[in-house]
Design a protein around this ligand. Structure first.
Ligand code: XMP
Length: 319
């Protein structure tokens, strides 16, 4: 892609000019955005980049291992695995308000980065995979008063005390452009094609209070759902698909017994840039088969619903 190649060259020059011989740290989330940002910066400044992969305990099944392996082994990036599960889950305990949850996660991310940045000699820059829609959506509706819909923790000025400057080489790009750039940079197609995953992770797919037990159930249900979508060849037709575990238990009957377990909601949407979205029209056969699999394979869930809300008026995530 000629245009993207030009963009890439220009971005690399800009990164080099900005960074000089300082060190950059990059928060790797496993999402496409931060992955492409890391690959681009790595191409620009090589070993002056150290990635920090924070495990906040809100990742999907096997995610931490897959991401760390892929960047360390396949791409030769310096990656620090930061196991901060106890810190995040501890601070989130008892919190049920969506914005409070986001703010706690955002604050801890900054604390954790500061901790790792302090250990890296000459670290002066923090790289982030902020995209254009993140920038505009978290600022305001044009024409109206400034209204924040959701405070994305990975957008906005970092506290002065952190002493790091931001490098955001994807700020002008939309998601589809980021994927093209990622391919140019040699990231594996399977990685580029991954659905977006939000910084606060499973926290915003677990409406209300987060517990470790609920997160474990959610991880299993989500893995079955994504497996179903892949098996039916639908993964690439969908912008984003995930399970949300609902803060309600319902009565069911399995075998000879009564169950009283969590209900979950399946979400799948099509979208161009995440700013508007339509729910995906799965066949009834697909939905029925998936519900049966989740209930049979995931202890703790006895009811499956499908979310048919588009955006607007809904948002893609449940919080
Ligand atoms: P919503 O739920 O606002 O999501 O319709 C739009 C897109 O943004 C992702 N998202 C987030 N990403 N931090 C992120 O990095 C966040 O706090 C956040 N909230 C939503 C969401 O997954 C979707 O792709």
């Amino acid at each position: 892609d000629w245009t993207m190649n030009a963009y890439r060259e220009e971005a690399i020059e800009k990164i080099r000019a900005t960074v000089g011989d300082s060190h950059v740290i990059c928060g790797l989330s496993g999402g496409v955005d931060s992955s492409v940002a890391a690959a681009l910066i790595h191409e620009a400044v090589g070993d002056q980049l150290t990635c920090v992969f924070v495990d906040h305990g809100l990742l999907r099944k096997n995610e931490a291992e897959e991401v760390v392996t892929m960047f360390r082994d396949n791409m030769n990036l310096k990656v620090i695995y930061a196991d901060e599960r106890e810190l995040f889950l501890g601070e989130l305990e008892g919190q049920s308000d969506p914005e409070t949850k986001r703010k706690i996660i955002g604050r801890l991310f900054i604390d954790v980065f500061q901790k790792y940045a302090n250990q890296i000699e000459g670290a002066k820059f923090l790289a982030q995979g902020t995209l254009y829609p993140d920038v505009i959506e978290s600022v305001s509706f044009s024409g109206g008063p400034s209204v924040t819909i959701k405070s994305h923790h990975n957008v906005g000025g970092l506290p002065e005390k952190m002493g790091l400057k931001l490098v955001e080489p994807l700020r002008e790009l939309f998601k589809d452009e980021v994927r093209v750039l990622g391919r140019e940079l040699g990231l594996p197609p399977s990685f580029i094609g991954r659905h977006p995953f939000p910084g606060p992770g499973l926290a915003i797919r677990c409406p209300g209070e987060i517990t470790r037990a609920k997160l474990d159930i959610l991880r299993e249900a989500d893995a079955v759902y994504i497996d179903q979508i892949r098996k039916h060849g639908l993964y690439d037709e969908i912008w984003q698909a995930f399970v949300a575990i609902l803060p309600v238990r319902t009565v069911g009957v399995m075998g000879d017994g009564r169950t009283y377990d969590f209900a979950c909601a399946l979400r799948a949407v099509t979208s161009v840039d995440g700013m508007t979205a339509d729910y995906y029209p799965f066949s009834h056969d697909f939905l029925g088969e998936t519900a049966t699999r989740i209930i049979n394979e995931v202890p703790g869930i006895n009811r499956v619903t499908y979310d048919i809300t588009s955006k607007p008026p809904g948002t893609i995530e449940w919080e």
